[in-house]
Design a protein around this ligand. Structure first.
Ligand code: P53
Length: 477
C-alpha cells in the first residue's frame, strides 16, 4: 500500500525565479525579467501596463534571483542530500534562443542545462523539465506580439526539437507550458500578452491559448518521435471551485468556473475542444482562427500525464456582496469561512487537494503528478541561518497525508510530488524574497541585501525523512 515504489519525490523551481544571470552566457531579455517588485508588478503581469525595458525607480528581482545560475552544483547537492528522486526546473527560452526567432540555438545556453542535468544524475535525481515557465523572449513580444501570433508555434517547435534532441537520455519527463490556464489571469507573465486600448481581450487570450495548445501537441509529437521513453505532461494551476452555498446558482457558477480551467486540459488530454467551450466562445463572439491540420494534431498528440499545482481550493458564488471580499491571489476567490489562510491570504485546504485529485482523475483517467504545493511564509533565521519552520512542516504533512488518502483510499494513480520552491526563491505573484517556500534558506531580502548563502531549515531533515520512508513517516519530532 502507500505510494508506488518509484514515487518521484522532489522539489520544483522556475528559471526566472531562481537563476539570475539574466545576461550571462548570451541570454536574451524575456518578459519575466521585466516584472518589477512592488507597485505595478500586478499591472505588468496582467498586461495592463507595458514595460518593454527596465525603467528607473523599479527593482527587478529576476535579474539576480538567488543566483542559481552560478550555484546550481551546491543546490543540487543539497537536493541530493534530502534524497530527491526528481528536481523540477524550467528552461529559460532566451538562453537557448536569445531572441526566439533565430535559426541556430545558443550553444552556451544549451551547455548550461546539459551540465545541470548531468549534475542531477550524479545525485540520482531525474530532471522534470518545464519547457516554458511563464517566459517568452522579449524580441518575440515586441516583433510578433508573443503568443497572439501564429508564428510563435513555429519558434516554440524549434525550441522543443533542439531540447529533445540535445537532452535525449538526460531528460525524459517534460511539461509543455507551466500553468497554461494562467494566460487568462496573468496574460503578460503567462504568455507575453499585452493589450491595445479597446481591444477584445478575451479574443486575444483564446487565440493565443489556441496557439499554445497546438504548440503543446506538436511538442508532444516530437518528444515521442525523438525518444519513445519521453513522457509529456500538461500543467494546470489547479484547485477545485466550491459553491459558497447549496443554492443551485452558486453550484452552477462553481461548475462554470472549473470549466474555464479544465478547458485547457480537456484539449491537451482528450484531444478536442470541449462542447461547453465551443458554445461559450460562439455565444461571446470569439472566433478562433485555425490552420488545416490543427484539430488532427490536437487529437493525435495528447499528453501522457496530468500535472498540476495546488495551493488552495477556490470558492464561487453569485452573491455580489461576497464577491467583493476576495482572497489575496491572482485567482480571485471568495473567502472560505471554514479555512485558515497564509500570511498572504492563500487559504489552506489539504482535503481540497484530495478533492482536486479526485476531480482530475475522474475526468482524465491518466496518471497525475503534483508538481507544485507549499506554503509561502515569513521565515526568521537564527545567527546560523537556521529556521524552525514548524508551520511549513505542518502544511506539507497535511497535504501529503491528503494525497496519500487519494492514492490509498480513492485509488488515484500518482506519479510524484514536487514541493514548490524547495529552495527559497523570488515569488512570481509579488516579486518578494520574503515569501519563502524552501527547505533551504537563502540569505537575500526584498531589497537585494544578503550574502546569498544557503542554510538548512528544520523542514530539510523532515522532508529527508519523509522521502526515506516513502511518505510513511510524516511526524515532526
Ligand atoms: P507565488 C497564483 C496562483 C496560483 C499559482 O506563487 C501561481 C500564482 C502566481 O502567483 O503560480 C504558481 O510565488 C507558479 C509559480 C509560483 C507559485 O505558484 O506568487 O507556477 O511560478 O511561484 C507560487 O507565491
Amino acid at each position: 500500500m502507500g505510494f508506488r515504489e518509484d514515487f518521484l519525490w522532489g522539489g520544483a523551481t522556475a528559471a526566472n525565479q531562481c537563476e539570475g544571470g539574466y545576461q550571462a552566457g548570451g541570454r536574451g531579455l524575456a518578459n519575466v525579467d521585466l516584472a518589477p517588485l512592488g507597485k505595478d508588478r500586478n499591472a505588468v503581469i496582467t498586461g495592463q501596463k507595458k514595460m518593454f525595458q527596465f525603467e528607473e525607480g523599479y527593482t527587478y528581482p529576476a535579474q539576480v534571483g538567488i543566483d542559481m545560475y552560478h550555484r546550481y552544483k551546491e543546490d543540487i547537492a543539497l537536493f541530493g542530500e534530502m534524497g530527491f528522486k526528481t528536481y523540477r526546473l524550467s528552461i529559460a527560452w532566451s538562453r537557448i534562443f536569445p531572441k526566439g526567432d533565430e535559426k541556430e540555438p545558443n550553444e552556451e545556453g544549451l551547455l548550461f542545462y546539459e551540465n545541470l542535468f548531468k549534475e542531477c544524475h550524479k545525485h540520482g535525481i531525474e530532471p522534470l523539465v518545464t519547457i516554458t515557465h511563464f517566459d517568452c523572449p522579449m524580441h518575440l513580444v515586441e516583433k510578433y506580439g508573443a503568443w497572439r501570433s501564429r508564428e510563435l508555434v513555429g519558434f516554440y517547435e524549434n525550441l522543443c526539437r533542439v531540447l529533445f534532441t540535445r537532452y535525449k537520455g538526460l531528460v525524459k519527463y517534460w511539461l509543455t507550458f507551466n500553468e497554461i490556464n494562467m494566460i487568462l489571469h496573468a496574460p503578460f507573465m503567462g504568455a507575453g500578452l499585452y493589450f491595445e486600448a479597446g481591444e477584445n481581450q478575451e479574443q486575444v487570450k483564446y487565440q493565443a491559448a489556441h496557439h499554445e495548445l497546438v504548440a503543446s501537441a506538436i511538442a508532444t509529437k516530437i518528444a515521442h518521435e525523438v525518444d519513445p521513453n519521453n513522457q509529456v505532461g500538461c500543467m494546470l494551476a489547479a484547485g477545485s471551485y466550491y459553491p459558497y452555498s447549496c443554492n443551485p446558482e452558486d453550484v452552477f457558477k462553481a461548475q462554470q468556473a472549473d470549466h474555464e480551467n479544465y478547458f485547457f486540459i480537456d484539449v491537451q488530454s482528450r484531444g478536442e475542444y470541449p462542447a461547453y467551450a465551443l458554445k461559450r466562445l460562439e455565444r461571446e463572439g470569439i472566433q478562433i482562427e485555425m490552420v488545416d491540420g490543427d484539430l488532427e494534431l490536437l487529437k493525435n498528440h495528447t499528453v501522457d500525464f496530468i500535472s498540476f499545482s495546488y495551493y488552495s481550493s477556490r470558492v464561487s458564488s453569485v452573491d455580489p456582496e461576497l464577491l467583493a471580499k476576495t482572497s489575496g491571489n491572482i485567482f480571485a476567490s471568495i473567502k472560505n469561512p471554514y479555512l485558515k489562510a497564509s500570511e498572504w491570504g492563500w487559504q489552506i485546504d489539504p482535503l481540497g487537494l484530495r478533492i482536486t485529485m479526485n476531480n482530475l482523475y475522474d475526468r482524465y483517467q491518466k496518471p497525475l503528478f503534483i508538481v507544485e504545493n507549499g506554503l509561502g511564509a515569513v521565515d526568521i533565521p537564527d545567527e546560523n541561518g537556521y529556521v524552525v519552520d514548524d508551520y511549513r512542516i505542518e502544511y506539507l504533512a497535511a497535504h501529503i497525508q491528503a494525497m496519500k488518502d487519494a492514492v490509498e483510499l480513492d485509488g488515484v494513480d500518482l506519479l510524484g510530488y514536487t514541493t514548490w520552491g524547495c529552495i527559497d526563491l523570488v515569488s512570481a505573484g509579488t516579486g518578494e524574497m520574503k515569501k519563502r517556500y524552501g527547505f533551504i534558506y537563502v540569505d537575500r531580502d526584498n531589497d537585494g541585501n544578503g550574502t546569498l548563502n544557503r542554510s538548512k531549515k528544520k523542514s530539510f531533515d523532515w522532508y529527508k525523512k519523509v522521502i526515506a520512508t516513502n511518505g510513511e513517516d510524516l511526524t515532526n519530532e
